[in-house]
Ligand binder design. Structure first.
Ligand code: H79
Length: 422
């Protein structure tokens, strides 16, 4: 399928909700606990006997995503510990064959669809239960068995749950921390794997973590724009960067303004934010994360126009590859001839944007519709916006909607000293 057509919903969405849930959730030491604490596979497997999250409610999760203003979700079908939240013919280490006796992936997919959300599946290629993952040369058969398992399980996920919109591979690197894409692709037979995925799910968006480039880049715990025309998605936790799985006592949750600033920074570079929730042992989203998501949703209901389907804006923050640049007040997004100035710091009565090369027609405060007087001086390229409220109407981020005569362009300077004698 044509790339731009395939990517249309993704680029309209800009915001998704990531869900980390698995056996590790029971221990509350993060999703890496099996490896970090070197828990032998047989001992770790006992967790499955008491993994029966009575409060896991996929409908509630989908509701939460809708409340947050997310347009899609990505769910951990299986993390590095190898425990499947779906039924698998090639593994007994699944939630359907142990205490829970539930196919959480099936429940999730159905709820997401019903809520009108696009459906994403996360799948970790590596599986810590295989010695061949850590020592492929010493245990070549185990290593091969792990690769076979990945192919078989990805096939199951792409076959048994209807239309899947996005596939988030993870864990393609080797235990020796080899991140070379060609070697990763060769190890996982990624070309063959992804040909199979695309034949089963035409139009699916696949990330870049199996070794082949596929459709989107995936900066983790940071926002970084790819080159224009290439889709990308930054994934991030609401709490500490060290854990995606739930931990009970976490003093380091990001604030709502910080979270919105990450979302806006992604939107400025034509990319998405995939914001994670760590599900509690009982199967819920904790209050700290829920409150923040709800506040983001409230903001998006008033300001979503500046985010959904955003394009790069030349004025400031045109987000060159691998970089995000902002001015003191904050970055611009754009849609056609409309620029959206996201004020991360409220400038008080007057806002000034320099190097504007395109005449301005109208300025409003996006959330209230209040029209603001302005002066645009073509000669200097200075846009002044007056009579703004002394205190910021929104306590997090305020957006000025600036209608230009044509697509806003940045004025070039004759030399760096030009402004001094203007
Ligand atoms: O699911 C979440 C994390 O558990 C997972 N990705 C997100 C979405 C993740 N797994 N690992 N990492 C993130 C960090 C990767 C660290 C690595 Fe390495 C450093 C991989 C290669 C070098 C650790 C050290 C593993 C091998 C050597």
């Amino acid at each position: 399928m044509d790339y731009d057509k395939k990517m249309a919903w993704f680029n309209e969405a800009r915001f998704g909700m990531f869900i980390h849930f698995g056996l590790y959730s029971l221990l509350e030491h993060g999703e890496w606990v099996m490896y970090e604490e070197r828990i032998p596979a047989a001992e770790y497997a006992k967790l499955a006997d008491r993994f029966a999250p009575v409060n896991f409610n996929a409908v509630a999760l989908a509701d939460q995503a809708v409340q947050a203003g997310a347009k899609y979700m990505v769910f951990t079908t299986r993390h590095h510990d190898g425990f499947c939240l779906f039924d698998s013919k090639v593994s007994d280490f699944t939630s359907t064959k142990t205490a829970a006796k539930r196919d959480f992936v099936g429940e999730y997919v159905e709820a997401a669809r019903k809520a009108g959300l696009k459906v994403g599946l996360y799948y970790s290629l590596l599986d810590w239960r295989f010695p061949g993952y850590f020592e492929p040369e010493k245990y070549p058969e185990s290593s091969q068995a792990m690769v076979e398992q990945a192919h078989a399980q990805v096939r199951e996920l792409m076959t048994n749950y209807g239309k899947i919109d996005i596939l988030f591979y993870d864990g393609g690197w080797t235990a020796q921390a080899d991140l070379n894409p060609e070697r990763m692709a060769a190890f996982w037979r990624a070309r063959e794997l992804n040909d199979m995925v695309k034949s089963l799910q035409p139009g699916i968006i696949i990330n870049n973590r199996s070794g082949t480039l596929e459709d989107i880049d995936t900066p983790e715990q940071r926002v970084a724009a790819s080159q224009a025309g290439r889709g990308w998605e930054s994934c991030m936790t609401i709490g500490d960067f060290v854990t995606w799985g739930f931990v009970r006592h976490n003093p380091n949750y990001k604030t709502v303004p910080q979270l919105l600033q990450h979302l806006i920074t992604a939107a400025q570079g034509e990319g998405n934010l995939l914001l994670n929730v760590g599900i509690t042992p009982e199967g819920r989203i904790c209050n700290e994360e829920s409150e923040r998501l709800n506040a983001m949703g409230q903001w998006l209901r008033q300001n979503g126009e500046a985010i959904r389907g955003s394009q790069r804006c030349e004025l400031i923050g045109h987000a060159v590859t691998g970089q995000v640049d902002i001015n003191l007040q904050g970055p611009w997004t754009r849609k056609g001839n409309i620029g959206y100035w996201h004020l991360f710091r409220w400038p008080g009565r007057e806002a000034v944007q320099i190097l504007v090369d395109t005449p301005v027609r109208k300025v409003t405060l996006l959330s209230t519709g209040q029209e603001l007087p302005f002066n645009y001086d073509k000669a200097s390229g200075k846009l002044r916006i007056y009579n703004m409220p002394f205190t910021p109407p929104d306590s997090a981020v305020n957006v000025l909607r600036v209608e230009f005569e044509s697509e806003p362009k940045r004025r070039s300077e004759r030399d760096l000293a030009e402004w001094i004698t203007a």
